[in-house]
Ligand binder design. Structure first.
Ligand code: DGP
Length: 110
C-alpha cells in the first residue's frame, strides 16, 4: 500500500517522533500550522475518520487517552484536535490522523 504514514510507521520515511506505543505513533507535522503541530496516528491503517467502525474504534479511544499525555509532555494546556475526512475537508493523507495544534491563538474553525 502506498501510504506515507504507513511508511513513517515502518521507519522507511523519517519523522520527529514525540510519542510511540504498540498501537499509536505521534510525530511533528512537516508543514506546521502552529508552533506546536503534532499528528497522532494509529499504526493500523484506517483511511480516515469516516472509516471508524465498532471494530476499529478502540484505537481511536486509545488515541484520545494519549493526546492529554502528549499535551502534558509538550507543556500545553490549550490545544485543538482536528481530523479531516475527504478532499473537500482538506484531507491529503488517507491514513487516519489527528492534528494537535497549539502555541498560538487559534481563531475560527477553518
Ligand atoms: P491532512 O491535510 O489533514 O490530510 O494532513 C496531513 C498532514 O500530514 C499535513 O499537515 C502535512 C503532513 N505530512 C504529509 N507528509 C508528511 C511527512 O512525510 N512527514 C510529516 N511529518 N508530515 C507529513
Amino acid at each position: 500500500m502506498d501510504c506515507i504514514f504507513c511508511k513513517i510507521i515502518a521507519g522507511e520515511i523519517p519523522s520527529t517522533k514525540v510519542y510511540e506505543d504498540e498501537q499509536v505513533l505521534a510525530f511533528r507535522d512537516i508543514q506546521p500550522a502552529a508552533p506546536v503541530h503534532i499528528l497522532v496516528i494509529p499504526k493500523q491503517h484506517i483511511s480516515g475518520c469516516g472509516a471508524i467502525t465498532a471494530e476499529n474504534s478502540a484505537v481511536v479511544a486509545h488515541i484520545f487517552e494519549v493526546i492529554p499525555q502528549i499535551a502534558k509532555q509538550e507543556g500545553i494546556t490549550d490545544f485543538r484536535v482536528v481530523s479531516n475526512q475527504g478532499a473537500e475537508a482538506g484531507q491529503t493523507v488517507h491514513h487516519l490522523h489527528f492534528h494537535i495544534l497549539a502555541g498560538r491563538t487559534l481563531k475560527g474553525m477553518c
